[in-house]
Design a binder for this molecule. Structure first.
Ligand SMILES: Cc1ncc(COP(=O)(O)O)c(C=O)c1O
Length: 386
């Protein structure tokens, strides 16, 4: 019995797909990789802490010195109800996004699983971008309903699929990330809104990697392109740019009320700790509003790095703070990652099933506290070992 699983692990090792969890200590933009009693200092280029909020000890100290609430949350909300902090954070989110209501979930993963499991009924159909995150796919699978995956960012293909299949269903849902997590490229939200209107569909946008980065107020790509009012459900996480933990969805009263009644991860799990809720609120109120210049610089650094990588014929993509270095085979990604670790850079290989087979890569996940001089040094070293 156990042998069966061991053989599965051996197969992963043969394919260079075996994962293990590194033993580390984090301090600011550095990560210290531990090996017994020794530590190796590396520049952390793999974190989603895009604004450096999570790694800023001053921010944590400031928050903790004033925090008086509970650490945990006790039970699921439908059992023991709301305490003030949940209501306050949801009201703040609804106000920021100019939506009727917000709903907190335990993480971005839980949010997507809950939203898609609940929305996709037998009479509904979902059209989902092929590169949408695993949490969206898991929610779709959990629903047991029908869904079709359109080619990545290919809206002609999306329309062709809608025209082919939608007549079999009463309700159409379109799902896309805004900033795609492994390629850093960005959906054309205006086009998606146009298609949603044409086919009278529900549009769900996952702004996990855009919330805190794009838009004048950091609300995401929909804010940046002026489409917030046209998004039916907007999902995001506090676990990336905001440096906290938890997920949320904003939308109208009917859809949020429907999720409260139908979304299994909301109904059947103890809610996220009060301390995380309060910290998210603290960041939204006292830090995010003052990050605009920092966010522009971050995106500019990312673009300049992409241009440099192209000069040495590296395949990269995107227009966001995520800069993929697409290498192809797993072995190559593993080898280059190991060499970079030797040279002081923490950049892990991303392989199947996180990305399609044959597109293994390093995913440079830039943080605002890494300056361009550091990126130039990184580039020099990378171009020598590649
Ligand atoms: C696009 C996208 N959505 C949702 C999630 C899940 O968010 P969380 O880490 O808060 O569970 C991720 C996480 O990587 C993601 O990339």
């Amino acid at each position: 019995m156990i042998d069966f699983y061991n053989q599965e692990l051996e197969k992963l090792k043969e394919d260079n797909c075996f994962r293990s969890i590194a033993d580390v200590r984090r301090e600011g933009k550095y990560i210290y990789l531990r090996d017994g009693n020794t530590e190796k200092k590396l520049l952390n280029m793999s974190s989603n802490d895009y604004l450096g909020i999570n790694s800023d000890v001053e921010i944590s100290r400031q928050f903790v010195s004033t925090y008086k609430g509970a650490l945990g949350s006790g039970s699921a909300r439908l059992l023991t109800g709301n305490t003030t902090c949940y209501v306050e954070l949801e009201s703040l989110l609804a106000k920021l996004f100019n939506k009727e209501r917000a709903l907190l979930f335990n993480s971005g993963y839980h949010t997507n699983v809950g939203v898609f499991q609940a929305l996709l009924t037998k009479k509904s159909v979902v059209f989902s971008d092929k590169l949408n995150h695993a949490s969206i796919i898991d929610g779709l699978r959990l629903s047991g309903g029908d869904f079709f995956r359109y080619k990545h960012l290919d809206y002609e293909n999306l329309e062709a699929l809608i025209q082919k299949h939608a007549h079999n269903y009463e309700n159409i849902i379109i799902a896309s990330e805004s900033v795609f997590s492994m390629d850093g490229d960005i959906a054309d939200i205006k086009k998606l809104v146009e298609i949603k209107q044409k086919y009278n569909a529900v549009l769900v946008i996952d702004e996990a990697h855009a919330f805190g980065i794009f838009g004048r107020n950091g609300l995401g790509v929909a804010e940046e392109v002026g489409c917030l009012d046209d998004i039916d459900l907007l999902v995001a996480t506090f676990g990336k740019s905001i440096g906290s933990y938890g997920g949320f969805v904003v939308g109208n009263e009917i859809l949020i009320s429907y999720l409260i009644n139908k979304a299994r991860p909301f109904i059947f799990s103890t809610l996220l700790p009060e301390i995380s809720v309060e910290f998210s609120k603290f960041v939204l109120e006292t830090i995010l509003p003052f990050t605009y210049a920092k966010r522009l610089l971050l995106l500019d650094n990312a673009q300049r790095l992409r241009e440099k990588l192209r000069t040495i014929n590296i395949k990269t993509a995107g227009e966001s703070q995520i800069v993929p270095v697409i290498l192809g085979e797993n072995q190559k990604a593993v080898d280059i990652s190991e060499k970079l670790i030797d040279c002081g850079y923490y950049l892990l290989p991303i392989r199947h099933p996180t990305v399609p087979k044959g597109t293994a890569r390093l995913r440079i996940s830039l943080s605002a506290n890494i300056d361009f001089c550091e990126l130039e040094q990184f580039f020099d070293i990378f171009s020598h070992i590649n």
